[in-house]
Ligand binder design. Sequence first.
Ligand SMILES: Nc1ncnc2c1ncn2[C@@H]1O[C@H](COP(=O)(O)OP(=O)(O)O)[C@@H](O)[C@H]1O
Ligand SMILES: [Mg+2]
Length: 246
Amino acid sequence: MITFEDVEVTAWTSDPAGGADRVVRLLGPVSLALAERRVAVVGANGSGKSTLARLVNGLVLPSAGRVVVDGLDTADDGAAVRRRVGFVFTDPDAQIVMPTPVEDVALSLRRTVPDASERTARALDVLARFGLADRAHVPVHALSGGQRQLLALAAVLATEPAVLVCDEPTTLLDLRWRTRVDDLLASLDQQVVVVTHDLEAAARADRVLVVDGGAVVADGPPGPALAHYRALMTGASAAPSGERRP
Ligand SMILES: Nc1ncnc2c1ncn2[C@@H]1O[C@H](COP(=O)(O)OP(=O)(O)O)[C@@H](O)[C@H]1O
Ligand SMILES: [Mg+2]
């Protein structure tokens, strides 16, 4: 269970005109209890989706309120939260640090599998599970973008997190890879929170959150929530489209 209790995120911004720095609210107040297995987050660019996603594993901490994952407060128990919550970024290159897939997956297993040869064997098993067995020893830069995203996912899932948060995991992918990654996410046992611009993928979620201007403006089953979002984006509603509010 992921809960947001009156969560606000603020940040200091400098005035380009040379005036005093000021505090802007990036998100909130947001209160949520997310128990559904598949949660999709949609919203315009700059609306606050990544801020919301990053709150779930403590990459962003609330300026007010609290985020609690399975009883763990992200501000007090950050390390424990990050062991429970895996996070996948849009750009796999932000996440892959080793020269080959097998080394990269092995790196994420270093805490849970102390023996090096066992770790390599486990990493090879994980890569096979994700259809990357024949890529295990290939230099990472020789993989396609889709294969790199699959590798980033494999390295995170190797540690068997209870929750997976993905911030636009398919935005850089072509239709074939997007489908493959979406199908993989749909097949997982974990609770998955996915930020996406792919409304077909969002339509398969159990619950959809629509973020706009730093607020959750619609929340519910995909049908009505996505209809709200479409209306917002096409100007059928009077609401602004993701510009920041002060
Ligand atoms: N640390 C920060 N300081 C100031 N502004 C930020 C910071 N992080 C994000 N923002 C701003 O907050 C807004 C929401 O950002 P973000 O959550 O990344 O939106 P999204 O993922 O929906 O595109 C954007 O306008 C962004 O420029
Ligand atoms: Mg974002």
